[in-house]
Ligand binder design. Structure first.
Ligand code: FAD
Length: 310
């Protein structure tokens, strides 16, 4: 095998080139995805090693990746399956934070009473992601790593001032959500990196959250959405963070509106969106419509932020 394809990692690395080699005749018969090799990573370190191969890509829940393969929008040379790595599917509370492993499925998170208490914003957002079949397989890490600009969880992570744990060839590192989302499907992840977990401050008694989105049908990607977090200080709000999704190439903080909301002025916050957001037209709506909807969502979310949790 190594003679035929010297670029492959050693067989001990667990790469199975069978798909590539056995199915070349099928390729000619137009199999949906382009040929690829497959390897099951035994550990995070093993996954990072496998990702050292040119054109390798992580496979998590496969809910986004497999569609892009089938449509030939991407053609990785090797899929590195991380599903069997132990310990990445846990939700844990540590030092005032809640840590969600990369392989925690959306449905698993949705069922977690601990998560609902420690991260109520995530709990509110999860039912809006796709449909039950997608949430059964899709992972939290996959959603953050894929970074679809209309996805719910990247915006929630940004609103909550969360962090992302990454393992790479130079070892582990942590990136703040503010620095993680770079552009359209572009993040701080390098081609040899594995996202291992996200970390959020656990909600305190003063924590306030708000979430709203507008989608044509429940479960569709949102036309516009808003995830928000703040801390109540008497009747005032401190540390207001508003993260919009579906309004640009990545989740966008509305900093002018955040300041106005902290001053208790909802009308001024809605007016400030004119300077905060510049959504492009897309297949869902024009930029002008999106901007109007962003104001509608802000009024709803401002109301939620003013309410103490039940
Ligand atoms: P995969 O598909 O396996 O991977 C996606 C990408 O992320 C790949 O490039 C992969 O290499 C990379 N990746 C995955 N995990 C890691 C990791 N740990 N480290 C490094 N890179 C990694 N999402 C929403 O947010 N909102 C929706 O409304 C929504 N609706 C959907 C509707 C449909 C019909 C479908 C098919 C999907 C929808 N999704 C939606 C996407 C869904 O949430 C996906 O599960 C998620 O975006 C990707 O997670 P995954 O585990 O399936 O990742």
């Amino acid at each position: 095998m190594r003679e035929r394809n010297p670029g492959l990692p050693p067989a001990s690395a667990g790469v199975h080139p069978g798909y590539n080699d056995r199915n070349k005749h099928l390729e000619r018969k137009r199999v949906k995805p382009a040929p690829f090799d497959y390897a099951k990573a035994r550990s995070v370190e093993h996954a990072v090693e496998l990702l050292g191969r040119e054109g390798a890509r992580v496979l998590a829940g496969g809910q986004s990746l497999i569609a892009t393969l089938n449509m030939r929008l991407s053609s990785p040379s090797l899929l590195v399956d991380i599903n069997a790595i132990a310990g990445l599917d846990r939700i844990a509370r540590r030092n005032g934070h809640v840590e969600i492993g990369a392989l925690v499925r959306h449905a698993q998170a949705e069922r977690s009473a601990d998560l609902a208490q420690a991260a109520p914003l995530i709990a509110r957002a999860l039912p809006h992601i796709g449909h039950p079949a997608i949430r059964n397989r899709g992972t939290i890490g996959g959603s953050i790593a894929f970074a679809d600009p209309a996805a719910e969880l990247p915006a929630c992570l940004l609103a909550l001032n969360g962090e992302i744990d990454i393992a790479g060839p130079a070892g582990p590192r942590t990136v703040k959500a503010d620095d993680f989302f770079h552009g359209l499907f572009e993040t701080a992840l390098g081609p040899h990196d594995v996202l291992t977990a996200i970390r959020l401050p656990a909600a305190t008694h003063e924590a306030r959250v708000g979430f709203a989105e507008l989608a044509r049908r429940h479960g569709d990607y949102a036309m516009v959405g808003l995830a928000a977090a703040a801390h109540a200080n008497g009747t005032k709000l401190n540390d207001v963070r508003l993260a919009y999704f579906g309004v640009g190439a990545r989740p966008v903080r509305a900093r002018g509106a955040e300041a106005a909301l902290a001053d208790g002025d909802v009308d001024a916050a809605v007016n400030a969106l004119a300077g905060d957001l510049d959504p492009p037209d897309d297949v869902q709506a024009t930029g002008g419509v999106k901007k109007h909807l962003a104001g509608v969502l802000l009024r709803r979310v401002a109301q939620q932020l003013s309410e103490a949790p039940q």
